[in-house]
Write a protein that binds this ligand. Structure first.
Ligand code: NAD
Length: 260
C-alpha cells in the first residue's frame, strides 16, 4: 500500500515510534528511524525492520533540540530514498514538577522536543511534499493536548501547542493533497510506563493491580492500556486514501479519558 513511499518517524528507537516504523514498513514503505539509545540496540531495530519487512531503513541521529540536525534528518530521507512522503513527529519527553519549581531547562527541553521539533521537521519536509502533490504529516500529541493534569505544565503546554500547529498547517496544505493530523493517546503500554510500576507499588504500599487501576488507569474509563500497535494502526489509516479528507484533526485514542 505504501510501496515506493518514505516515512520519517522521530523518536522511533522505542515505544510508539518503533510501532509506527513497523507499521509503515509492514505496508511497504522505506523508513528513516531516529531517536536516542545504545548504538547496538538501534542497529538491531534498523536491521530488524529491513529483514522482517523487506524494505530499506536508515537511522538519523538527529537531536530534536537542534533545528539544523532536524533539517538534516529530512534531507537524509530525500537523498537516500528520493522523497519524504510521510512525516511522523513522535519524539517526546516528560517531566513532572510544581510550576513554581519547574526547572527552566526542563521547560525549554520539553518545548523544544515535544513542540518546536515538529515545526522544524514540517518546515523541512513540506517543500518536497508540495512538489510531489502528496503528503501525510502526523504528530503524536496526547490526551494532554485537550485536558490537563497538575504538575505537567510544560508537557500540557507543548501538547496543546501541537494541536494548534496541526490545525494551522492543515489549512495551509489542504490545496496540496497533504493532510496534517495529530493522534492523542491516553496511557499507552510502553516500557516507560511498565518501569514505573514496581516503584509505585513500594512507595504507595499497593499491589500491582491497584497501581495499574487506581493510579495509572484512574483517568481511563476502559481500565485498559492503549497498545502501541493500536496507535500505529491509526497512523497507518491516516496514510490511506480513505483518510484523504481527514485533516486538521486531533484523533483521540484514550479509552474514554477525554470524554469524561
Ligand atoms: P518512549 O520514551 O518509548 O519514546 C520516546 C522517543 O523519543 C524515544 O525514541 C527517544 O529516544 C526519543 N527522544 C527523546 N528525546 C529525544 C531527542 N532529544 N532527540 C531525538 N529523539 C528523542 O515513549 P513513548 O511512550 O513511545 O512516547 C512517544 C510519544 O508518545 C511522545 O511524544 C509522548 O509524549 C507520546 N505519548 C505517550 C503516551 C504514553 O502513555 N506512553 C501517551 C500519550 C502520548
Amino acid at each position: 500500500k505504501l510501496k515506493g513511499k518514505t516515512a520519517v518517524v522521530t523518536g522511533s528507537t522505542s515505544g510508539i515510534g518503533l510501532a509506527y516504523a513497523r507499521a509503515f514498513a509492514g505496508a511497504g514503505a522505506n523508513v528513516v528511524i531516529n531517536g536516542l539509545g545504545a548504538e547496538a540496540d538501534i542497529e538491531k531495530a534498523r536491521s530488524g525492520l529491513e529483514a522482517e519487512f523487506e524494505v530499506k531503513a536508515v537511522y538519523s541521529p538527529a537531536d530534536m533540540t537542534k533545528p539544523a540536525e532536524i533539517a538534516g534528518m529530512i534531507e537524509l530521507g530525500e537523498t537516500t530514498f528520493g522523497s519524504v512522503d510521510i512525516l511522523v513527529n513522535n519524539a517526546g519527553i516528560q517531566f513532572v514538577s510544581p510550576v513554581e519549581s519547574f526547572p527552566v531547562e526542563k521547560w525549554d527541553a520539553i518545548i523544544a522536543i515535544n513542540l518546536s521539533s515538529a515545526f522544524h521537521a514540517i518546515r523541512a519536509a513540506v517543500p518536497g511534499m508540495k512538489k510531489r502533490g502528496w503528503g501525510r504529516i502526523i504528530t503524536t500529541a496526547s490526551a494532554h493536548s485537550t485536558v490537563a493534569s497538575p504538575f505537567k505544565s510544560a508537557y500540557v503546554a507543548a501538547k496543546h501547542g501541537i494541536a494548534g500547529l496541526t490545525k494551522a498547517v492543515a489549512l495551509e496544505l489542504a490545496p496540496h493533497r497533504i493532510t496534517c493530523n495529530c493522534i492523542s493517546p491516553g496511557y499507552v503500554w510502553t516500557s516507560l510506563v511498565e518501569k514505573q510500576i514496581p516503584d509505585t507499588m513500594k512507595s504507595r504500599g499497593m499491589t500491582r493491580e491497584q497501581v495499574v487501576n487506581d493510579v495509572l488507569l484512574a483517568a481511563q474509563p476502559t481500565k485498559q492500556f492503549v497498545t502501541v500497535e493500536q496507535v500505529a494502526a491509526l497512523a497507518l489509516y491516516l496514510c490511506s486514501d480513505d483518510a484523504a479528507q481527514i485533516t486538521g484533526s486531533n484523533l483521540s485514542i484514550d479509552g474514554g479519558w477525554t470524554a469524561a
